[in-house]
Write a protein of this length. Structure first.
Length: 282
């Protein structure tokens, strides 16, 4: 009975959202949500794409806030055509016991109000118990996407890791997990077109490293200011430096050999264009 009431309430919310949000959500795809009631133990804790972060890095196990079945995000994400973005998702559990999970990500690239498979399933990843991050990858925005118009992105965390319409087709209900829908607008990078080319030449190596590595850049035109920040997986800034008046070939050595081993994120900002890379210290 509880599951039925929860599912009915979700459908009512969907209708209300559709009526008061320009019908964008109501037009796109179908209902997706967990309906397990007291058996629903998992949520998406944090979603990171590029330099944009949504949600928070909660404690992983025993987090009482992991009770949502569905969220329509109030944020609008802007992504640039042809850019490559680092993507990361952290899951949380409301019990002290961990569980396997499947994470899937869909984007309506062509704006036809549905997720066309397989091309608009952007990523699928699995996490086994005791492994915190469900998804950690890079995606590149195709040049064929519809631009300057809002489209939908759907994120699904499902504790059922087997084949299912809910995870694999972006449609349907499941017992435990969470669905997040988000509005995305794709833009052509007209104002930073030349900078995009030079940022694509940004290299970090060796990777993995012992903590000492080199950031190198071969740019086609001068960069007035290059900011370099290195963050831990808990979003703590561990290194930061600014370089000015860069032309031609540029390289800078970084020494993090005193830092704990693990994964770090390198955020570079060249005259307003941001890019995030990963570095592993062994």
């Amino acid at each position: 009975m509880r599951s039925f009431l929860r599912s009915s309430l979700f459908l009512f919310i969907v209708l209300v959202i559709g009526a008061f949000s320009g019908n964008l959500f109501a037009q796109v795809n179908c209902v997706s949500a967990s309906t397990g009631g007291s058996s629903d133990s998992s949520d998406i804790g944090r979603f990171v794409i590029g330099t944009d972060t949504f949600g928070h890095l909660y404690s992983h196990l025993g987090d009482a806030s992991a009770v949502n079945s569905y969220i329509l995000s109030q944020d609008t994400l802007t992504l640039y055509v042809g850019y490559t973005y680092h993507v990361q998702e952290a899951g949380i559990m409301n019990t002290i016991h961990d569980a396997d999970a499947k994470f899937t990500m869909f984007i309506d690239y062509n704006g036809n109000q549905s997720y066309d498979l397989p091309g608009e399933m952007i990523w699928a990843s699995y996490a086994t118990a005791f492994y915190k991050y469900v998804l950690d990858t890079n995606i590149t925005i195709p040049t064929t996407v519809v631009t300057d118009s809002p489209v939908m992105m759907r994120l699904i965390l499902n504790n059922d890791t087997g084949p299912s319409f809910a995870s694999d087709d972006a449609c349907g209900t499941y017992v435990s997990g969470e669905t997040i829908d988000m509005v995305v607008v794709f833009r052509n990078p007209t104002s930073v077109k030349s900078n995009k080319a030079l940022m694509n030449e940004l290299k970090v190596g060796p990777n993995p490293s012992t903590g000492k590595f080199v950031l190198s850049l071969q740019n086609a035109m001068p960069v007035k200011q290059l900011e370099l920040n290195i963050m831990s997986v808990t979003e703590q800034k561990v290194f930061g430096k600014t370089y000015t008046d860069i032309s031609g070939q540029f390289s800078a050595g970084v020494d993090m050999s005193a830092m704990p081993k693990g994964l770090y994120f390198i955020e570079t900002n060249a005259d307003g264009e941001r890019l995030v890379n990963k570095i592993v210290i062994e």
